[in-house]
Ligand binder design. Structure first.
Ligand code: ZN
Ligand code: ZN
Length: 82
């Protein structure tokens, strides 16, 4: 019996429960997306609200543009001291 449908994440290549995944709007492939904050899950992409169409947009990390900036949160920019 295949009660729970599983898909293969296009980002990390691991199996993902269909309920814990989403389809990327760019490459049309499934990826890990934890849509329930009360459940531990994996995120291999992002979801946001498209302000133009007022609909949810999904994109996997493969398709999301990488800023190229290191995640240096809390790190102040280098500046000259007085
Ligand atoms: Zn994944
Ligand atoms: Zn994608």
């Amino acid at each position: 019996m295949t009660a729970s449908t599983e898909v293969t994440c296009a980002v990390c290549g691991e199996a993902a429960k269909e309920l814990a995944s989403a389809i990327c709007g760019e490459c049309d492939r499934p990826f890990h997306l934890n849509q329930h904050n009360d459940v531990e899950g994996k995120d291999c992409g992002d979801v946001w609200v498209d302000e133009q169409f007022l609909s949810l947009r999904f994109a996997c990390f493969t398709c999301l543009p990488q800023e190229g900036a290191p995640a240096g949160e809390g790190e102040p920019p280098v500046g000259k001291q007085h």
